[in-house]
Each structure stands twice: as structure tokens, then as C-alpha cells.
Ligand binder design. Structure first.
Ligand code: UGA
Length: 433
């Protein structure tokens, strides 16, 4: 099939590449010419395991190409995926200006029947808005259908999640569009949820809100564990065996970050408000997430007493492992709060340092964890990269001023750390001091 994907962020790139890999003729479009030129040469704008190889192969086999000319992409395809950004406005609502602009462009360049699919996370009723914009701006009387087909991929596993999704959601009110979408997805084995457009839109927001709430729930439980002397890891394990609960997304830590959960929770609260519903549960989810970062900072201050001029080593900057994405990373808030009290920050991240350098000021960026540990008063673990789980802990100890680790991701076993002679503080588990 002839497909176009407008917007080449995480969702757009993964969608375009996977549909090309499945044998379709795909054009990926983006207004950023520099990005498009690089993509056509096989240079990736993001770090995403497996993406580069797949893009290169499909470019070579001519199933995939990239353009900064949206008109060309629109004319090429029968199915057009809108994958542009949906950033938050200052008040938390979703800013739909990019979706609106693309809808208008599609209308103006439409040359034959099109299925216009929105894949970006959008508020319920966006499909209707897109339909209105296309109707108003279309030049001739050309038929089109609107589909909501939300994306559930995670950064770090984007290709695998797109190839092997837990489900495919298709929201549409046209039989023809549903059949074409089913054919497009026929090679991917996953349960199909065929529904109306509004329900499909809500499935996405509800899913992200539920996952974020699961994380805030275990983070709240971790506070009780810390105060009572219980172990949150064992509590999560014991809960997780229940088939109705499941262990996934019950890792306590320093709160969720990234460009999805924080903005989607705020957006969903705003959507509810618009309909006159006070979504108190989600407000609590958000508040617990903010508290979790503050509680971590409290732990640092409590153990160091005075943090002025102390050297604080930070391991991990990205909002989660296997990505270089720094957007809404808890590390940004934690580092800036510590800097307010004149702590000296040294940091290392396996992939996110280039992006971190554009955001963080007055940080000494190091080439590996050992350089961070050298003469540090404390090491903070903010992202659970495998590299940190596997580092030579004896060497780390020998380099530090005092062997003290505050682990925001529970990557070590407290007893092991005690044996290694560390003072070790983690989340929702007994401190070893
Ligand atoms: C999330 C969803 O998982 C995807 O299904 C969705 O498609 C995506 O948002 C989106 O809307 O685009 P992502 O933001 O890439 O994906 O990352 P996650 O793996 O969900 O992690 C989000 C945050 O939660 C991270 O900061 C992570 O550290 C934190 N987290 C996750 C925890 O603190 N504990 C956990 O148990 C799991």
C-alpha cells in the first residue's frame, strides 16, 4: 500500500519504518529539512535500539524515503498518518496547532480518496476537529475518512512494540476505512479493537493515565515501606503474582518522566474538566509523582546534612534507560534543586549527555561512572542503565571520598552493598548506613 507518515518523531519514525519493512511504499515527511536530509542518509535524529538498521535497509530497498514536502507525501498516499507533536500548553491542555496545520495541508493537497489517521496522543473529539478542518479546506469534492489509531510504543523498545503490539486500536465510522486499516495491519499479530473514533482516542489517554497511576501507587506504597521498614520490591513481587495486578509498572523510583506521562496526565485532567468532571485520582497521581522527586532530594540533604560545596555524582540523566530523551527527566529537577544550594554536580549518562548539555548548566560531564565517582561525596543513581548495574563497585568505592550511594531506581541489593562496605539508601527499602 502507499502510505505517508507526517511527523518523524519517535512515533512517526517507528510507524514509517515498520510499515516499509512490512512491504509498503512509505514516505516519511517532516518540515525540518535538516532532519530529513540526515534521515535520507541513514542518520538518526534519536537514539532508539534497532531503528537505524531498519531505516537503512528500507531506504536501500526503496520502500522508504523521507521528504520535507508534505504535499508530495499527501499526494503519494492512500493512508496518511498524522504523527506530529502534541505538546502541552502552559495550562496543561494539549496544543493541537500542529495537528490542525497538517489537517489543513492534507485538505489543500488532496488529489484522491484518503484515509486520514491520527496516531499522536490527542484529546477525545480531535477526530471530529480534523474532519471539520478537512471539510472546510478541501478544494474539490473528494471523499475522505478519519481514523483514530493510537500508538502505544515505548521509547527504547519502539520497533519491537510497533512490530509486536499488545493490541491494535482502530476507531472509525466508515466500513471502507476499517477494511483498509485491517488489511494494512494484517501481517501484525495482535488483538484488534475496532471501535468509534472517540473511544479509540480515549483508550490512549486512559491507558497512559492508568500506567502512570500504577507507578504513583507503588511510589506511595514505597513511602509506607520506607517508614515501616518493609521492602517495596517484595511488596510489588507479592502483588504482581496476582493475575489481575501483574508485576509490570510496579517499580518504585523517583517518579515517571518523559514526554508522554507527565503531559498526558495533565491533558487528561483538563479534558475531564472541560466535560465538568473533577478527575481527583489523576490529580493525586500527579502530586505523588512530584512528591517522589522531593522525597529523594530530602534523602540527599538528610544524609549529607549540608550540601553546599559537596561533590554530588549523578549516574543517569535520561528519563529512562535505552533512550537519549531528556524531556521531563526527573534528573533535571533533582539536579537544579541541588544546585540551588550550591552543590557541585558531576554527571554521566551512556546516551543522553549531548541532549543534557543543552539543558543542564554548571554540570561537569564525565566520560564514565568512575570519573563521576572520583572524589564524590555521594553517588546518585537516577536512571537504571545496565551499565550501572554492571559497574565495578569495588573500584567505585576506592575512588569516592566516602562510599555512599543514594539509589533512586533500586538497582542494587542492600545486603550486597553492606557487604561491599557502602552506605546505601534506596527507595522503599531499609537504609544501610
Ligand atoms: C509511555 C507508555 O508506556 C507507552 O505505552 C506510550 O505509547 C508512550 O508513553 C506514549 O504515550 O507515547 P514511554 O514514555 O516511552 O512510554 O516510557 P515508559 O516505559 O512507559 O516509562 C515512563 C516513565 O515511567 C519513565 O520515567 C520510567 O522510569 C517510569 N516508570 C516506569 C517507573 O517509574 N516505574 C515503572 O514501574 C515503570
Amino acid at each position: 500500500m502507499k502510505i505517508s507518515v507526517i511527523g518523524t518523531g519517535y512515533v512517526g519514525l517507528a510507524t514509517a519504518t515498520v510499515f516499509a519493512e512490512l512491504g509498503n511504499e512509505v514516505i516519511g515527511a517532516d518540515i525540518d529539512k535538516g532532519k530529513i536530509d540526515k534521515l535520507n542518509k541513514g542518520i538518526m535524529p534519536i537514539f532508539e535500539p534497532g531503528l537505524k538498521e531498519l531505516v537503512k535497509r528500507n531506504l536501500k530497498e526503496k520502500r522508504l524515503r523521507f521528504t520535507h514536502n508534505n504535499k508530495e507525501a499527501i499526494e503519494h498516499a492512500e493512508v496518511i498518518f498524522i504523527c506530529v507533536g502534541t505538546p502541552p500548553k502552559a495550562n496543561g491542555e494539549t496544543d493541537l496547532k500542529y495537528v490542525e496545520a497538517v489537517a489543513k495541508e492534507i485538505a489543500q493537497s488532496m488529489n484522491s480518496y484518503k484515509i486520514i489517521v491520527h496516531k499522536s496522543t490527542v484529546p477525545v473529539e480531535t477526530g471530529e476537529m480534523v474532519k471539520r478542518i478537512v471539510k472546510v479546506n478541501v478544494k474539490q469534492n473528494i471523499d475522505f475518512d478519519i481514523v483514530s489509531n493510537p500508538e502505544f510504543l515505548r521509547e527504547g523498545t519502539a520497533i519491537k512494540d510497533t512490530m509486536e503490539p499488545d493490541r491494535i486500536v482502530i476507531g472509525a465510522d466508515s466500513k471502507k476505512a476499517i477494511e483498509i486499516m485491517k488489511k494494512l495491519y494484517s501481517q501484525i499479530k495482535a488483538p484488534l479493537v475496532i471501535t468509534d473514533i472517540k473511544s479509540a482516542e480515549l483508550i490512549k489517554h486512559a491507558s497512559n493515565a492508568f500506567l502512570a497511576t500504577k507507578i504513583s501507587f507503588i511510589n506511595a506504597v514505597s513511602q509506607i515501606c520506607g517508614l515501616s521498614g518493609a521492602n517495596v520490591e517484595r511488596v510489588a513481587e507479592g502483588m504482581g503474582y496476582d493475575k489481575r495486578i501483574v508485576r509490570a509498572f510496579l517499580n518504585a523510583g523517583i517518579g515517571y518522566g518523559g514526554f508522554c506521562f507527565p503531559k498526558d496526565i495533565q491533558a487528561f485532567i483538563k479534558i475531564a474538566e472541560k466535560y465538568g468532571y473533577d478527575f481527583q485520582l489523576l490529580k493525586a497521581t500527579h502530586n505523588i509523582n512530584e512528591e517522589q522527586k522531593l522525597n529523594f532530594i530530602k534523602k540527599v540533604k538528610k544524609v549529607l546534612r549540608n550540601i553546599e560545596d559537596k561533590t554530588i555524582g549523578v549516574l543517569g540523566l535520561s528519563f529512562k534507560p535505552d533512550t537519549d530523551d531528556m524531556r521531563f527527566a526527573p534528573s533535571i529537577f533533582i539536579i537544579s534543586e541541588l544546585q540551588k544550594e550550591n552543590a557541585k554536580i558531576k554527571a554521566y549518562d551512556p546516551e543522553a549527555m549531548e541532549k543534557a548539555k543543552l539543558i543542564l548548566n554548571d554540570v561537569e560531564f564525565c566520560t564514565d561512572p568512575y570519573e563521576v565517582a572520583k572524589d564524590a561525596d555521594v553517588l546518585l543513581i537516577l536512571t537504571e542503565w545496565n551499565e550501572f548495574k554492571e559497574m565495578d563497585i569495588k573500584k567505585i568505592k576506592s575512588l569516592m571520598k566516602k562510599p555512599l550511594i543514594i539509589d533512586g531506581r533500586n538497582i542494587y541489593n542492600p545486603e550486597d552493598m553492606l557487604r561491599e562496605g557502602f552506605s546505601y539508601i534506596s527507595i522503599g527499602r531499609k537504609d544501610v548506613i
